[in-house]
Design a binder for this molecule. Structure first.
Ligand code: IMP
Ligand code: MG
Length: 175
């Protein structure tokens, strides 16, 4: 198995500082309210666990897993929910925590799908955004960690063929 080289793009300390800022922003915005944080497996799991520990709110946690199906060589917007939330989200303040918004299909699908549960509010928090790759024009990211150029990134939860998720920093790989 060929091992691809990883070049650091965003270091662990910079990530930690930004995660603290995002958590402070969320804490301010939801003061006095209970929030259900929903991590999107698997890529968001490291970001999620750091973020929720910096949020000073009454929080509940849940997870969903989504995958794209159809032609695996091109994500063309067909998304399925492999693992639904098991929290009743009706009337709740929900924040979906995602790893990265790339073409935007996943974020758009998640936002539309979660409206079905009639939450009191629904927001998306993503660690990374690659706007140059966007195919869906109207994706709103309510809380964003970093905007990055069109590079394939790994680490801090993100993978390439399930590898590199446990790197403490975000790096790019040459494909
Ligand atoms: P979208 O539907 O095209 O926005 O795809 C979003 C999903 O693609 C993310 O949740 C990731 O799982 C995956 N993805 C997109 N870009 C990258 C990347 O650079 N590294 C790792 N995973 C990525
Ligand atoms: Mg993902």
């Amino acid at each position: 198995m060929k091992k691809e080289a990883v070049t650091e793009l965003i270091g662990a300390e910079k990530i930690a500082a930004r995660v603290k800022e995002l958590a402070a922003e969320i804490t301010r915005d939801y003061e006095g309210n209970e929030v259900v944080f929903i991590g999107v497996l698997r890529g968001a799991v490291v970001f999620f666990s750091d973020l929720i520990r910096e949020v000073k709110l009454d929080a509940q946690l849940d997870f969903v897993k989504v995958s794209s199906y159809g032609d695996s060589s091109k994500s063309d917007g067909k998304i399925q929910l492999d693992y639904p939330p098991d929290t009743d989200l009706t009337g709740r303040h929900v924040i979906l925590v995602e790893d990265i918004v790339d073409m935007g299909y996943t974020a758009k699908w998640l936002r539309e799908h979660f409206e079905i549960y009639s939450p009191a509010s629904l927001k998306i928090c993503a660690l990374l955004d690659k706007p140059e790759r966007r195919k869906v024009p109207d994706v709103t990211i309510d809380y964003l960690g970093f905007t990055i150029p069109d590079e394939f990134v790994v680490g801090y939860g993100l993978d390439y063929s399930q590898r590199h998720r446990n790197l403490p920093f975000i790096g790019k790989i040459e494909l």
